[in-house]
Ligand binder design. Structure first.
Ligand code: Q9C
Ligand code: ZN
Length: 344
């Protein structure tokens, strides 16, 4: 399978996150992409760089002022004489104003961010843009006739909304890929999100749309990040009603529970009958993941790849989470290798 990847991801490095009361080095680190790339190259997959795209492609999914904020945030921060990484320290909660965007950088951070685990450092914009381009390039390859393509995105994207960032995500790579497929001729696209965490950003972006189905399998937000979206009673609104489908599972779930839920998700996609599929591929469902609590093991990832390929759809796979760095390569390569074999 063609793998789209840019070394620019490595510019997003050196950040810290607020985790259980401590500032700790970001779990979402450059070694993740290096391990995935090494495993895919060893398995013989062809690696290709992202293409360039006009900025207007980003605005199909994201608010233009939000994109401009992300691009300029670090320079603003330095200009206001602050140092190091940008992390927000205050948010507009219930009873406060959400309609006014403060002009100072600290207020702006709280306005656009929804957590304190997503730092902006000097190279964050370059890396986020390269990841978005990788996802759109993988979509372009599928439009041009590839059965499937994989975008090795870092930073990930599924928590980023139309004008919000968080959960290690800045631009929503999977949403950009789905929108690209629609803009280039697909009538309906399904997004299946199998990252451990609910893809709140992708859900929000397509909430009122009937040309995108969003199906997600994840740790229940009642105890798991991102806590405030991803419940089973969220089903979309307006034209989008019935096109969002959440399958929250208890922390501690193993393969038996997971396989059943994945089957239910795949049945829903078959009923929607899309022209193409986007997979938000997180492997933080792995038992040894340091921030997640499902119990999947190495042999389960090829099974997931086979089941996804069994839909028989043109497919763009987009990397999301996965923080057990030692096994991230073998687990991603397990999905991609099995998918490529089954789809061929
Ligand atoms: N106690 C992705 O996998 N911190 N993002 C969670 C839990 C943020 C995960 C803290 C986790 C974000 C793409
Ligand atoms: Zn995740």
């Amino acid at each position: 399978m063609k793998v789209v990847h840019s070394p620019l991801h490595a510019r997003h490095d050196g950040g810290v996150e607020l985790y259980r009361g401590q500032l700790v080095p970001l779990f979402e680190k450059p070694e993740r992409a290096a391990m995935i790339l090494a495993a895919l190259e060893a398995a013989g997959h062809e690696v290709t760089p992202p293409r360039d795209f006009p900025e207007s492609r980003l605005h199909r999914v994201h608010d233009a002022e939000f994109v401009a904020f992300l691009r300029g945030a670090y320079a603003r921060w330095i200009a206001e004489d602050r140092q190091g990484h940008l992390l927000p320290s205050g948010f507009p909660a219930r009873g406060m104003r959400r309609d006014h965007r403060p002009s100072g950088i600290s207020g702006m951070l709280g306005y656009y961010a929804f957590d304190a685990s997503t730092p902006i450092v000097a190279g964050t914009w370059d890396a986020a843009l390269a990841a978005a381009r990788a996802a759109m390039t993988a979509a372009a390859l599928v439009v041009e006739g590839e059965a499937a393509a994989y975008a090795l995105c870092r930073p990930p994207g599924h928590h980023a909304g139309r004008s919000t960032y968080g959960g290690y995500c800045y631009l929503n790579n999977a949403a950009l890929a789905a929108q690209y497929l629609l803009d280039e001729g697909c009538r309906r696209v399904s997004v299946i999100d199998i990252d451990y965490h609910h893809g709140n950003g992708t859900q929000e972006i397509f909430w009122e749309r009937d040309d995108v189905q969003f199906v997600s399998l994840h740790g229940t937000p009642d105890t798991e990040y991102p806590w405030f979206l991803g419940y089973a009673d969220e089903r979309g609104e307006g034209r989008g009603e019935g096109h969002t489908f959440n399958l929250p599972l208890p922390a501690g779930s193993g393969w038996d529970t997971y396989e059943g839920a994945l089957g239910t998700a795949l049945d829903a996609i078959r009923r929607y009958a899309p022209d193409a599929l986007v997979v938000s591929l997180g492997v933080d469902t792995f038992a040894a993941d340091p921030i997640s609590a499902f119990r999947l093991d190495v042999p389960h990832y090829p099974l997931i790849g086979r089941l996804l390929a069994g839909l028989g759809l043109p497919t763009v796979l987009v990397q999301e989470g996965g923080y057990a760095v030692a096994e991230i390569g073998i687990n991603v390569a397990g999905v991609i290798g099995a998918f490529a074999t089954r789809a061929a």
